[in-house]
Design a protein. Sequence first.
Length: 343
Amino acid sequence: MVACCKGFVDIVPLLRQCPHVDVNQQDKEGNTALMMAAQAGHITIVNYLLNYYPALDVDRRDGRGLTALMKAAVQGQQDCVAALLLAGADLQAVDPIKGKTAREWAAFTGRFETTVRIRSLLRRPRAEQFGTCYLPEWPALAGLVAKALSPKSRSQRLSEKIRSLFTFRFPRDPEEDGVMDHMVRMTTALASPFVATACQTVCPDSPPEVGKRRLSVPEILQQHVPDAGTASPVAGAASCNGQAVSEIRLLPPRCPQSRLLGFLPRRLLLLRGNSIFPREHVPKIKLTKASSPPASRREWRHRARDKELLQPPKWRYKELQEEKRAAKEAGNEKKRKKEGKGP
């Protein structure tokens, strides 16, 4: 929990080698290691927990009934939200106090980027770029070239010239099914030259999908022996190298409850700050050392006077202050001597 909360990426893989570590262990507030890493925004640790811990409970709740997906949505950690959704986290789960889903919590706390990320994932719940077909040509390129080379009248050319002069170009997101999407599909397709020569895909027929539980690496390599009390995967669901996975829990969007906040426009809900719902801080874990008797003043003075010991560095502005003070004292002493000799 300390490693996941503080973001110690090198320690989490080492703790996986210990067979006595329970990854679903909860503290007194009900937080797990996944919850701490997700709400803190440590995406590398979140992906490692999802990929290498077969017994990880993604939908476990804390003392207030919040899941790791809800906590990441409240904190605005959009990368962690996307990783949890693609790992099978339940987007339709609601907390028992407010009755809100993770998507509603993100809108309620003003996490606009997280809301847009969830909306884009729901629009394309399946990773289409991991396909078996490789098409270097962009399908829309031929139509655009033909449209550009078609003859135009004088009025059309004049209108295009005026429109280009008085049009401001603002940065915007890439269009759907545009050239950027085509480049992503082309470079990440299973039949692309780079993937075919440099990579070996483990699950070619089961790409990541929202709401579908992904098998961990030990489960894919058949190195994990499930406990007798764990439930078996659902039969007839999508498979990954012959191993079944759980069913897809992607449901239609849940209608908001009829409350006073339901009458407010959605724009106000997105732009509203966190004054109504205070931001949930990452739980802080304090580490204390053993109490030791304080050193006496004589020992401190003796060590400060010893030149062989390592001394703390002096700042430049302190040295300048000391020089000014010494020069001022020297000037005062000269004035005193002159005044004493004068009479």
